[in-house]
Ligand binder design. Structure first.
Ligand code: ADP
Length: 497
């Protein structure tokens, strides 16, 4: 298949979240499966004027935005470790800026124009580069206009009539909504500005536009694909998503196993694998106890947490359980995170009262994140919602048993240790339903009991996590199937493998 991936973020060039990881990892995996993949991203300062060898193509663009023709240029580089071409769509007025979407917490005021320009430039490049794609894989609101342009404006052009579109939703909370006065910039007729298509409470909504017009829609986990069809997690778009339920699915993200693999990880004090993890993990745990000044005791259970200090991640529940357990229970906690000031303050106060049971680092440290994933016995992640989540997968790959709330990607990756799943050999962690401190406490208690009194089953959980293939190779095969299905539906006949 011949596929274009269009994204506002691609690792290693530009990243603010998981979107960049997906669009940086998936293309080379798909190439290895024999497909021709071309990536498009905006020509940000970090891409064009950074450390990457970006070359001129000699191709100039003229993109209509409202009643203006905006000039652009296509630059090109190659995705590291692959032959995948990455085109950077350049217009320095729009993209030669400090940041991707805004500065000092304020979005750039011309974001709609910037990404309408990018979306139109991708479609024009199809013609200018003679790409002949079977499908354009769009990602999030920044590329939400592409499926609409394909269906409405390019539909009657023979070069475009067979191109299918897919939009992946990485986080439904970000929708790209703008005042109605933005509509003329899209170049589409006002007739599409209605509540069933591009309008959402009298604003232009670019994610909704993508959802309505794309041939297929997916999210980053199967459970999140279901959850967003309900009022609780639908962010107002649940009705639109329900109407498109027949083409909506979920594919779990993978993890980058060149970075997150305990048998080759240079950031952890002792490497280990599924065969010799007890020795390696106990050295890693000792190192953490030393680093944080905790009591050096190999049998005291250690609970690790790494993540943004945001309400979504369930810190209100964690703080309640920590407060009780620091007084009463022989358990150590190691916490790495940064974010909301109220959580910084609450964690600092707990740390001041219990410095020998709580190791706390408020900041960002990739190295310490690796060390906690490797050294802790248990990893806690009681998120309120979680489109996919990476930390629970990292923890299992490092033999650290996750305790999670059963939502989104957490529900799809963590199999709760019940009598049945233990007997079937599928258990790899502990999960609970209600977003309450008491449910988190019960799940953590179950984990601690098994850790202390049932080593055989505990070791089976650890091994199940380390042995499973969490790599992008698995997700790439699922995207391959989804592309094929979408193209066949669009073209009305089977395509060759
Ligand atoms: P989200 O994308 O919602 O923040 P994920 O679990 O999907 O949550 O991914 C979080 C990523 O960010 C992981 O790679 C995690 O290790 C990393 N991370 C989050 N906070 C920190 C921190 N304070 N220091 C180092 N890495 C962090």
């Amino acid at each position: 298949m011949n596929i274009i991936v269009a994204s506002s973020e691609v690792v290693p060039y530009a990243k603010t979240g998981g979107l960049a990881d997906v669009c940086g990892a998936l293309p080379s995996q798909l190439e290895q499966l024999g497909h021709q993949i071309t990536v498009f991203m905006p020509g940000y300062r970090a891409v064009n004027y950074g450390e990457f060898s970006v070359q001129k193509t000699g191709i100039d663009l003229e993109i209509p935005i409202g009643n203006q023709l905006v000039p652009g240029e296509l630059l090109v580089t190659t995705l590291p470790g692959s032959n995948v071409k990455v085109y950077s769509v350049t217009n320095d007025d729009y993209f030669d800026r400090e940041s991707l979407y805004g500065e000092k917490g304020v979005d750039y005021e011309d974001n709609a124009q910037r990404f309408i320009f990018f979306s139109r430039a991708v479609l024009e490049s199809v013609r200018l580069l003679d790409l002949k794609p079977d499908l354009i894989h769009c990602n999030d609101w920044q590329t939400g206009l592409i499926p609409a342009l394909l269906k409405v404006e390019y539909e009657s052009n023979p070069l475009y009539e067979n191109i299918a579109s897919l939009i992946t939703i990485h986080n439904l909370a970000y929708q790209g909504t703008y005042p109605s006065s933005t509509m003329p910039l899209t170049g589409l007729d006002w007739k599409y500005y209605n509540y069933l298509q591009m309008e959402f409470f009298d604003r232009l909504n670019l994610l909704k536009t993508g959802i309505v017009f794309a041939d297929s829609i997916n999210t980053v986990s199967p459970t999140y694909a279901q959850e967003i069809q309900g009022a609780e997690q639908g962010c107002g778009l649940e009705g639109v998503l329900q109407r498109r339920a027949n083409v909506l699915s979920g594919i779990l993200n993978g993890i980058d196993v060149t970075q997150w693999n305990p048998s080759i990880d240079e950031l952890i004090p002792a490497k280990f694998s599924a065969d010799d993890w007890p020795r390696g993990k106990s050295e890693c745990k000792k190192h953490l106890q030393n680093y944080f000044g905790l009591e050096q005791n190999s049998s005291t259970p250690m609970i690790g947490i790494v993540g943004r200090l945001a309400t979504q991640k369930g810190w209100s529940l964690i703080l309640q359980v920590m407060q009780r357990w620091l007084e009463t229970t022989d358990v150590q906690w190691v916490v790495l995170g940064t974010g909301a000031p109220e959580f910084h303050a609450a964690l600092t106060s707990l740390y001041q009262n219990h410095p020998h049971k709580l190791g706390l680092q408020l900041g960002f440290s990739n190295e310490l994140a690796h060390q906690i994933e490797a050294g802790a016995d248990i990893f806690a992640m009681p998120s309120e919602y979680e489109p996919c989540g990476l930390n629970q997968m990292y923890s299992m790959a490092y033999g650290t048993v996750p305790v999670v709330r059963r939502t989104g990607g957490l529900a799809d990756t963590v199999v709760d240790a019940s009598l049945q799943t233990i007997a079937a050999g599928t258990a790899n962690g502990f999960s609970f339903d209600g977003f309450t401190a008491i449910e988190l406490e019960r799940a953590l208690s179950r984990a601690i009991q098994m850790y202390r009194f049932d080593k055989e089953n505990w070791n089976n959980l650890v091994r199940a996590g380390i042995q499973r293939d969490w790599s992008w190779a698995v997700s790439a095969r699922a995207y391959e199937r989804l592309y094929r299905k979408t193209i066949e539906r669009k073209q009305g006949h089977p395509i060759s493998p």
